[in-house]
Ligand binder design. Structure first.
Ligand SMILES: *Cc1c(COP(=O)(O)O)cnc(C)c1O
Length: 454
């Protein structure tokens, strides 16, 4: 597939065939075009319209199993708690629950979603730097496995609440190991200047305090150093080595530690960048925390849910640059930054594949792929090698299953997109598209404005 890019780039984007080859749940068919498992995307678009999120149940299962196999293979006693914030779809949660995954939640809504999907409280961890009293109360009511405390203040609040309810909260102390995960500044969480966790130097005294407070049972330590970590295992190893030292200090002080929560953050290759494997992560955990002989918990979000999802969109029009930018081509889609915000927010690269068989083999030239929202930031890709696409042509944004739908908004009064799950030859709408009535129906006019007719 020859690229018509005018400049020889040192690091050319991967071609369509390369992108496909790395994503086994996708295939291109001469007649049906781009297909998820056994369902052509053209059929989904005809049924559900666009923009629509499409999730492969098979890919979700494969990834859940691959991660568990890697942990087993390293000889670790491990439990996996899927980070619900990456993708909150009930259908996605249900598939992962059936694979035996627990949940890591960061809000009342996520806790409710995990429970609604059938994940037992005993497999749920509650993380987050600002849990409200109402959220803590719900966590106690659901008797969840563990609440990860992020400050001394939160510990006091939870202790008072649990004691007043006559309950005991199992808590882990989230520590900030002050390591640089070398990921995007907006998603690094393990530096001392970040808001997350408590400084590792303060951890022994605070852990002792947890053991002394009524209503709390400290069960372990936790960390989470950032997201989309692709820089290798150095940051993980550094963080876990510090955690291991901390656990030894706690033990020496006679404080019990039952397990270690290793957090999430494992990155995925959006483009063709090298990304660490689950085996590498399991090896790093084994090497650093293994000697403690404790069970470990993992909280992966993106690694599980990212690759199995895509965003299906239609071309609204193809616009040629004017006199000041001749040769520039804009592909304007019906999806926008309100749907998939990652390119605007993190300068993220997503693979974009045409769906129709003829578009897949047509000559390529650079295009800026944009949405209709009134922001220059509403740009998905610049200078991307794509064929000429007519209005109505379909395209798929790859690896959009994590932090895609979950981060979408209704900016520009755009209804939330539909969500579809594919499982083999079956598919179903798992979240119907929001309607304009849904959107308008949320507003109320105060009496004094209703009476004053315009
Ligand atoms: C976001 C988050 C995760 C998941 O991060 P991924 O990069 O999606 O794996 C895990 N644990 C905590 C505490 C988080 O905030």
């Amino acid at each position: 597939m020859a690229s018509a890019l005018p400049l020889a780039q040192t690091d050319p984007d991967p071609g369509f065939a390369e992108l496909l080859a790395a994503r086994p749940h996708l295939s291109m068919h001469a007649h049906d075009g781009l297909t998820v498992e056994e369902v052509p995307l053209a059929r989904i678009a005809a049924d559900a319209g666009t923009p629509t999120w499409v999730y492969s149940a098979g890919a979700l299962r494969r990834r859940a199993r691959a991660l568990k196999a890697a942990l087993d293979g390293a000889g670790l006693r491990a439990s996996v708690h899927y980070a619900v914030k990456a993708n909150t779809s009930l259908a996605v949660l249900r598939v992962l629950a059936a694979e035996g995954l627990g949940a890591d939640v960061v809000s009342e809504g996520e806790l409710r979603a995990a429970r609604a999907a059938g994940i037992p409280g005993a497999e749920i961890v509650f993380s987050g730097v600002g849990k409200t009293e109402r959220e803590l109360r719900l966590a106690l009511d659901e008797d969840i496995a563990q609440i990860n405390l992020e400050s001394a203040e939160e510990a006091e609040t939870l202790s008072a609440l649990a004691a007043s309810l006559g309950r005991t909260a199992r808590v882990a102390l989230r520590v900030n190991p002050d390591v640089d995960a070398r990921t995007h500044a907006k998603i690094t969480t393990g530096r001392s200047e970040n808001k997350f966790g408590v400084a590792i130097a303060d951890a022994p005294a605070l852990y002792a305090r947890l053991a002394a407070l009524p209503g709390l049972e400290p069960v372990g330590v936790a960390t989470h150093i950032g997201s989309q970590i692709t820089s290798g295992m150095a940051a993980y190893r550094a963080a876990y080595a510090r955690l291991a030292e901390l656990v030894q200090a706690l033990r020496a002080a006679g404080l019990p530690v039952q397990h270690i929560d290793c957090g999430g953050g494992l990155g995925i290759p959006y483009r063709d960048e090298p990304a660490p494997s689950p085996e590498a992560l399991a090896g790093a955990i084994k090497a650093t925390l293994g000697p403690l002989g404790l069970p470990v918990m993992l909280e992966p979000g993106r690694w599980i849910a990212g690759p199995p999802g895509l965003l299906l969109a239609s071309v609204v029009l193809q616009k040629q640059g004017g006199a000041s930018s001749p040769g520039r081509r804009f592909l304007v889609l019906d999806a926008a930054m309100n749907d998939l915000v990652r390119p605007a927010m993190y300068e993220a690269w997503h693979g974009i594949l045409p769906v129709a068989p003829r578009d897949f083999v047509a000559p390529l030239s650079p295009a800026d792929v944009v949405g209709p929202v009134c922001e220059t930031g509403d740009t998905f890709a610049r200078g991307r090698a794509l064929p000429s696409l007519q209005p109505g042509a379909l395209v798929a944004f790859l690896d959009a299953g994590a932090y895609g739908a979950a981060m979408s908004s209704t900016y520009n009064m755009r209804p939330l997109a539909a969500e579809v799950m594919v499982d083999g030859a079956r598919f179903a709408v798992t979240r119907p598209r929001q309607t304009h009535d849904d959107l308008l129906g949320r507003d109320r006019l105060p009496d004094w404005l209703r009476e004053a007719s315009p």
